[in-house]
Design a protein around this ligand. Structure first.
Ligand code: CU
Length: 278
């Protein structure tokens, strides 16, 4: 089950929107609020997008890219420089095709919105070299490593559909139960959480409540971190074949929290567990 894809992409509730811009830098704050669709954002004039922030705020340093993936639940803070374009020029924000996304994702290019150059101005803005003081949390500070198996397989339910076989989306073989604590975590400790989708066939954007984390490593699939995966995050995309490790500083915010796949149909199917911080 790929999750709901829909037929129309809307931006702030508007289908096929445009906005007029001047020849200067603009800051776009982007949230992927789609149920299931992963976007590979790009500009139709192949201009750079300067990634300055993500789920948890500003990155330490800016990073210029031509394309950037954003999964459901993830956020991006992006600078775009429209200088050098003539009045009347139209530039599209698109989602380009991408690989590693399994059978249902990344197969088509979509137009998302349009920018029209409406005025010429002089912009003296330059992107700062240092944006924030994010300090890397060292992997060696972790007191515990927890691995979560998120590859999912067809299973038998005795339902007369697909010969009784259907996909259930589980974490470590379990479906969500609000009356069960799955992981007990000690406050004020750092842990490494590993999301293993190495045998999986679908992308899973894994989202933790109550904390921000830093992405340590991705192996398999894309085999690398992307520009938005420095700094603090609360959602990380784990593509088919990938295993992604994050380091989580659990502070003193004691209580019961969920963590889940941010593909809403996977989450509704039960792909969510609970941790107790105490
Ligand atoms: Cu999922």
């Amino acid at each position: 089950m790929a999750g709901y894809m829909g037929e129309s992409i809307i931006v702030n509730g508007v289908y096929s929107p445009y906005t007029e811009v001047a020849t200067r830098f603009y800051r776009l704050r982007i949230l992927n609020g789609s149920n299931a669709r992963v976007y590979n954002l790009a500009l139709s004039n192949n201009a750079d997008m300067v990634i300055i922030g993500n789920d948890g705020g500003l990155l330490k340093t800016p990073s210029s890219v031509k394309e950037i993936l954003i999964a459901p639940g993830e956020r991006l803070d992006v600078l775009i420089n429209f200088s050098g374009n003539a009045i009347g020029t139209e530039i599209l924000l698109t989602s380009n095709e991408f690989g590693n996304g399994g059978a249902a994702q990344g197969k088509q290019r979509f137009k998302i919105m349009k920018f029209k150059i409406a005025s010429i101005v002089t912009d003296i803005f330059t992107v700062p070299a240092i944006l924030s003081n994010v300090t890397a949390v060292s992997a060696s500070s972790a007191v515990k490593v927890r691995t979560f198996e998120i590859s999912n397989a067809m299973e038998h339910h005795g339902v007369p559909m697909n010969n009784g076989m259907q996909m259930r989306h589980r974490i470590n073989g379990k479906l969500y139960d609000s009356n069960r604590i799955d992981e007990a975590v000690a406050a004020n400790t750092n842990e490494i959480w590993v999301f293993d989708n190495s045998k999986g066939e679908e992308p899973h954007p894994m989202h933790l409540h109550g904390v921000f984390f830093q992405v340590l490593q991705r192996s398999g699939g894309r085999n690398n971190l992307i520009a938005s995966e420095t700094g603090w995050k609360d959602t990380v995309l784990v593509m088919p074949s990938e295993t992604v490790s994050v380091i989580v500083p659990f502070e003193n915010n004691k209580g019961k929290f969920v963590f889940h796949c941010h593909n809403l149909e996977h989450e509704d199917d039960g792909m969510m567990l609970q941790y107790q911080l105490s």
